[in-house]
Design a protein around this ligand. Structure first.
Ligand SMILES: [Zn+2]
Ligand SMILES: [Zn+2]
Length: 240
């Protein structure tokens, strides 16, 4: 038996023992499929599309260019763009690759992000992909950084370099656990960028953007280490 057929056989056997289910509706998935969602759920994914705030991609109505929290101040992370909105099947999918160990789901999400990247020409020129890091303790618990898996897929498909330029030096409480005003405080000084950052134009990669506070804190650390500019591309935008 060749390595390839052995690999296929073991994937099938694994599927037989433990059928993969749709990360949202839990319907069984075809054994040959790589998608983490069934067809119906995949079709109900909600793209992040204008009208949205030109800085942070928060959906806004009324013809305004910037949302209230982005108006009138500069940002270290100058732009945030998202592939999808955090609704419909997205929360279940994110939960699957964040808390249920489904690495393949993160890789599929990274492939979708790469298909949708050309919709945002404003992100071109940000050539170095940098995943938002986990604190080493959380990385040990989870065994992988989901943002790293997304960035790896994007880097592989887009042919851009991916570098782990950031480290999280301070364990932080989950951002969803905190009020908006405490989020920035919780993250202050939480990241450190490597000296190789100097002169790089960085595209930060993360799974979900909620308030944008972690992306902003990463942007600050990257600029401190000499990044020429910083933008972010996330899998899903949570709306506040
Ligand atoms: Zn489904
Ligand atoms: Zn905004």
């Amino acid at each position: 038996m060749s390595m390839e057929s052995l690999r296929r056989f073991s994937a099938l056997a694994w599927h037989w023992i433990l059928p993969q289910t749709c990360a949202h509706c839990r319907e069984d998935l075809p054994s040959d499929g790589k998608a983490p969602l069934c067809d119906r759920c995949q079709k109900s994914l909600c793209l992040s599309e204008p009208p949205f705030c030109l800085r942070c991609a928060e959906p806004i109505a009324g013809g305004k260019a910037l949302c209230r929290s982005c108006s009138g101040r500069p940002f270290a992370c100058r732009l945030v763009r998202a592939a999808f909105l955090y609704r419909g099947p997205v929360p279940g999918l994110v939960h699957a690759f964040k808390y249920r160990g489904r690495r393949a789901a993160a890789r599929a999400a990274g492939r979708w992000m790469s298909c949708l990247l050309p919709r945002f020409p404003e992100l071109s020129g940000h050539d170095t992909l940098v995943p938002v890091p986990l604190h080493p303790r959380r990385l040990r618990e989870r065994g992988y950084n989901q943002a790293g898996l997304l960035a790896e897929e994007l880097a592989r498909i887009a042919g851009r370099p991916m570098l782990d330029l950031l480290q999280r030096t301070k364990p932080t409480r989950p951002q969803w656990d905190l009020d908006r005003q405490f989020r920035a405080k919780n993250l202050a000084g939480a990241f450190l960028a490597a000296p190789q950052t100097r002169g790089k134009s960085v595209l930060l990669i993360d799974d979900v953007c909620t308030s944008g506070a972690s992306l902003e804190e990463c942007g600050r650390a990257l600029h401190q280490a000499g990044a020429s500019r910083v933008a972010a591309y996330v899998f899903a935008r949570q709306t506040l």
